[in-house]
Ligand binder design. Structure first.
Ligand code: NAD
Length: 280
């Protein structure tokens, strides 16, 4: 059966290292978090990010705007944080209420404070191999692969999903490490066949039980990014339970990619503070 990659434990050990870097700074790093409206899942995500900041020694400043806030209200808040020299990172929790152009809001975030890595400038930097903030979920996946000493060079990686926040940046990061990358999506007719040829599968489609044991090459590394709710309310990923018997390595849900995503947000925030404060 597969060895599990414990994302929660890895995230906690990264947080401990960050706490040391933070102690070397003249002030605490500051993460500004904007929540708009009443989406219950978003409230949970924001809460988890704020708690992680507290554990690590990052100051979080949250602003919660009502569902009725306009695009201009949201942009005004982002601009205020852009101009505030004590703010190191700005996070706008998605999704935003209907009628607000999320992409326009994200492009308003100053590039040097874009700790989510969603700004078109950050995406462009990743695409062209330049320095910049990288999206937290695929960065967390890369850390997990590194934690098991996995050599990606020459391996075949299949990314299932092509969103701007997970699938596409994931493919770029794997490519950067010399993997041969295939991206499957909702219009791919032969995902099973592609999966069977893959040494690494990153499932990020948001479909429970999308990846089953009969799609996994024996010993493959299977990274489960999905976060879905079963009808009974239980949380699950995109990878079916029986994959445990086929994969060599597997990330659990919960306790896998989720905590790593938050850890990478903290990493980006500390890096931003270090650059702003002239450390290292
Ligand atoms: P999205 O809905 O924006 O994108 C889903 C992608 O999957 C699309 O590109 C679509 O083409 C593809 N897809 C859908 N059905 C498919 C199928 N049957 N076969 C192949 N491809 C298919 O979602 P997202 O924002 O990229 O998130 C994906 C999943 O990852 C969701 O479950 C989300 O909750 C989860 N997620 C988890 C974290 C975390 O921290 N653990 C972070 C971000 C997203």
């Amino acid at each position: 059966t597969a060895q599990l990659i414990d994302g929660k434990a890895l995230a906690r050990s990264m947080e401990a290292k960050l706490a040391e870097r933070i102690r070397a700074l003249p002030r605490k790093p500051v993460l500004a978090v904007l929540l708009v409206g009443e989406d219950p899942a978003s409230r949970v995500y924001v809460r988890n990010k704020v708690l992680a900041c507290e554990r690590t020694g990052i100051e979080s400043r949250s602003v919660h705007l009502p569902e009725t806030a306009t695009e201009e209200d949201v942009i005004r808040q982002v601009r205020a944080w852009n101009e505030d020299p004590t703010v190191d990172g700005i996070l706008v929790q998605l999704p935003l209420p209907r009628g607000i152009d999320a992409q326009r809001v994200i492009e308003t975030v100053a590039l040097e404070k874009d700790v989510d890595g969603f700004h078109v400038g950050s995406a462009g930097a990743l695409m062209t191999g330049r320095e910049g903030f990288r999206p937290c979920t695929p960065s967390g996946v890369m850390e997990m692969l590194e934690s098991i000493g996995y050599e990606l060079r020459g391996k075949h990686a299949l990314v299932i999903g092509r969103s701007n926040i997970v699938g596409k940046p994931m493919a770029m990061m794997l490519l950067e490490k010399d993997a041969t990358v295939t991206v499957a999506h909702s219009r791919t007719p032969n995902t099973k066949e592609l999966a069977l040829a893959a040494d690494v599968i990153v499932a990020a489609a948001g479909r429970a039980d999308l990846v089953t044991a009969d799609m996994v090459k024996p010993g493959a590394v299977v990274i489960d990014v999905g976060m879905n709710r079963r009808p009974d309310g239980r949380l699950c990923g995109d990878v079916a339970d029986d994959v445990r018997d086929a994969a060599g390595w597997l990330t659990p849900v919960p306790g896998g990619v989720g905590p790593m995503t938050i850890a990478m947000l903290l990493v980006n925030t500390v890096r931003s503070a270090e650059m702003r404060l002239g450390a290292k």
